[in-house]
Design a protein around this ligand. Structure first.
Ligand SMILES: NC(=O)c1ccc[n+]([C@@H]2O[C@H](COP(=O)([O-])OP(=O)(O)OC[C@H]3O[C@@H](n4cnc5c(N)ncnc54)[C@H](OP(=O)(O)O)[C@@H]3O)[C@@H](O)[C@H]2O)c1
Length: 246
């Protein structure tokens, strides 16, 4: 990772922050984005002084389209982009609203798509792009229809854009976590009872009987972002403790 510059969207907490910490420790310059002023400030305090922290709302089309311009203020070239920012809220069909549908798709799907478009001039040859999807794209849970659909779209982007961008030396892959202990679990919108049920179910379905950690996912992100994965293109790599198998 020495001398590499890597952008991580949603790099202020959870999986993105753990990846930023791992890559920084291995000598990369990291640029992370987030939306919440408090977590942005906390990430700036946590990460090494060389790290750049940028406020950029993935749900805003104009912010997504100007991300490349913002990044260019800090780096002329990117060796990798981890398009990881995302939200998860579970809502039963009868309680869904068009606004919530749009918000979820804007943050989880439109955001990374137009962020990548705006980053294209900065991405080197070779470089690596990693999208964060979820095993929610493969397995069905009640209330997860919109979230799962957003993450299925990401798996599709991963394949199509891998083919489209390979001639430019840009490798595109998808990382699909299962249940990982991060702040996103507190924001699923579940009642305390439903949350307990969710945690018990996910733990019992895991073949190692636990949630994963952000640090475990960061190691897979590091592999996909580094030259170690130079022959891995258009892949979806699942990291879920086997939950999808049971
Ligand atoms: N944890 C799991 O079990 C799990 C499983 C499968 C997939 N995932 C996926 O993994 C990714 C990372 O999630 P996480 O688990 O690490 O959760 P997290 O700790 O909540 O991290 C989400 C990150 O995305 C950022 N973010 C959210 N909405 C944003 C927006 N509109 N604009 C810019 N940044 C935004 C957050 O920044 P702010 O704090 O500023 O909002 C934060 O840095 C997500 O795409 C999620 O869907 C997670």
């Amino acid at each position: 990772m020495k001398n590499k510059t890597i952008l991580i969207t949603g790099g202020t907490t959870g999986i993105g922050l753990a990846t930023a910490q791992l890559l920084s420790a291995e000598g990369a310059k990291v640029i992370v984005t987030g939306r919440n002023p408090e977590t942005l400030a906390a990430a700036q305090r946590t990460l090494p002084a060389s790290a750049v922290v940028i406020k950029s709302d993935a749900g805003s089309l104009s912010a997504a389209q100007s991300l490349g311009k913002e990044v260019k203020k800090h780096a002329d070239r990117l060796d990798g982009a981890f398009l990881n920012a995302g939200v998860a809220q579970f809502t039963p069909l009868e309680a869904e609203t068009p606004q919530h549908y749009d918000d979820m798709f804007n943050i989880n799907v439109r955001g990374p798509f137009f962020q990548l478009q705006s980053l294209l001039p900065l991405l080197g040859n070779p470089s690596s792009v990693v999208f964060t999807s979820s095993i929610a794209a493969q397995i069905a849970s009640p209330g997860a229809s919109i979230y799962s659909a957003t993450k299925a779209a990401i798996v599709s982007f991963g394949k199509t854009l891998a083919v489209e961008l390979a001639p430019r030396g840009i490798r595109v892959n998808v990382l699909s976590p299962g249940p990982i202990t991060t702040p996103i679990i507190n924001r699923l919108g579940l009642t305390p009872e439903a949350r307990k049920d969710f945690e018990e179910l996910a733990t019992s379905k895991s073949l190692v009987k636990r949630f994963g950690t952000s640090e475990e996912v960061a190691k897979l992100a590091r592999f996909l972002l580094s030259d170690d994965s130079s022959f891995v293109i258009g892949a979806e790599m699942v990291i879920d403790g086997g939950v999808r198998l049971t």
